[in-house]
Structures are given as structure tokens and as C-alpha cells.
Design a protein around this ligand. Structure first.
Ligand SMILES: [Zn+2]
Length: 242
């Protein structure tokens, strides 16, 4: 039982028709979905399922199913009634587009940060309210310089695209892997690579905007020294709102 991951090819899709394959203590598995599951530092999507008969189910989070490799599970809101969503039910699955859009903008901004800070990444978290990236380094970083660097790359409007490469091609280019903690998933024969034209290229399965111009007003809100060899950079929307 696997779920077709529509968000991998088109991050702008906000809804799809799908069939419930399973309903268990972890949540609901669909045959296809636009909901991104928590992973690679990026938060899972929330949203709603609606049946043809009008029954609505609020989905609070999305995860990779534990026990069913390749299946994505949609976690219902606490106390939600799942009675109308038994296996075989057809639903319209719709994500919270505002939240996803924030994830896409922040996620793309973390790639811009990677291009500005030439050190390995050893932690990453992307939510709708902020993003943070931990760099393995001990040199000081300047908040205003990094914010100006992001603003420049946003103003330059670089195209953002993904493609799939073979694991052999990845092995031949070890420099592609920037992150120490998030290694690309192996064993599938191919790896998804995210390219920001002229700026950054690395394996990544997350959702991104199509052009750096869409990142908009993202700034560095804080730089913390987490340990002797870790500098944490926190990103936010200028003015605090998306
Ligand atoms: Zn990414």
C-alpha cells in the first residue's frame, strides 16, 4: 500500500480527488495526496477531507506511515469523527494553502541561506511561522548581512526547479549533499535534486516556490550560538506575517 506523492511534482496543487485506502490509529492513508508529510525539516500539512455527501474531516497533521513503507497518513484533529471515511470512500483532499505557501517560501529561503553560508547544515526546521537552520561552524554570522543577501537573491528572481538523478550520479558528486543530518533517502534508485539556478543545488524532497522572487520579505530574525560548533539562523517574515 503506497501513496502517490502529487506534491513532489507540483507543489502548487492544493487539492486532489483520492480514495481512502486505510484508516487506523495513525490516521487515514489515501491512494494519492497533495499533503506533504513531516520530513526533511519541513512540517506536515493540515487541511480537510470532504466526501461527495458533504461529510468533512479536519486533518491536523501529515506523517509518513510507520509500518507501511511508501504510505502517507493524514492525522485527524483530536476528537474528529472518522465514521464517514472508511476504506473505499472517495474524498476531496484539500490542504491549508496559506500554511503551505509559508512553508514553501521559508523552505526556499533556507536554500538561499545555504548558498550564503558555505558550511554544512546539521539541523533544520521549517514551520508556517519561522524557519531555522543550524550550521556546523564557529565563525560569527551577521544578521543584517545575511538578510541583505537573501533580499538580493530574492530581487534577482532566480528560477527554482527540481529533477531526479540516479544514485550513481549523486555518489559521483558528494559535494551535492550539504546536510549532515538529513541525508537523501537511498535505495529508490533515484534522488530528487532541487536547483536554484546559479545559486544552490542539493538533494531535497520538500516543497518550494518556483522562483526566488516568490520568497518575498523573509529576513533573519535571530542568530544564536547553540554550541561551540553550531550557529543557528532563524528566519521570519518581515513584520512577522506571511
Ligand atoms: Zn528544499
Amino acid at each position: 500500500m503506497t501513496t502517490e506523492e502529487l506534491f513532489r511534482e507540483d507543489a502548487t496543487l492544493e487539492a486532489c480527488e483520492a480514495t481512502v485506502l486505510a484508516l487506523d490509529e495513525q490516521g487515514l492513508v489515501l491512494d494519492r495526496t497533495v499533503f506533504y508529510p513531516l520530513g526533511g525539516g519541513q512540517a506536515g500539512d493540515s487541511g480537510t477531507f470532504i466526501t461527495a455527501g458533504g461529510a468533512t474531516l479536519v486533518i491536523a497533521d501529515t506523517r509518513k506511515h510507520q509500518g507501511l513503507p511508501g504510505a502517507i497518513t493524514h492525522v485527524p484533529a483530536v476528537g474528529a469523527d472518522t465514521a464517514a471515511f472508511t476504506p473505499g470512500t472517495r474524498v476531496t483532499a484539500r490542504i491549508d494553502g496559506t500554511k503551505r505557501r509559508a512553508h514553501m517560501r521559508f523552505h526556499t529561503a533556507t536554500h538561499l541561506l545555504c548558498a550564503l553560508v558555505p558550511h554544512p547544515v546539521d539541523g533544520c526546521s521549517i514551520t508556517a511561522g519561522y524557519a531555522r537552520l543550524d550550521f556546523h561552524m564557529n565563525e560569527p554570522l551577521d544578521k543584517d548581512t545575511l538578510s541583505a543577501g537573501i533580499a538580493r537573491l530574492v530581487a534577482e528572481a532566480h528560477a527554482v526547479s527540481h529533477r531526479w538523478i540516479s544514485e550513481a550520479e549523486l555518489d559521483a558528486n558528494p559535494g551535492l549533499v550539504r546536510s549532515m543530518s538529513v541525508q537523501p533517502p537511498r535505495g529508490l534508485g533515484r534522488v530528487r535534486v532541487l536547483e536554484i539556478e546559479g545559486v544552490d543545488l542539493q538533494p531535497c524532497g520538500g516543497t518550494h516556490v518556483a522562483n526566488t522572487a516568490e520568497v518575498g520579505d523573509v529576513v533573519v530574525t535571530k542568530i544564536e550560538k547553540k554550541s561551540a560548533m553550531t550557529r543557528r539562523v532563524v528566519l521570519g517574515f518581515a513584520g512577522g506575517v506571511a
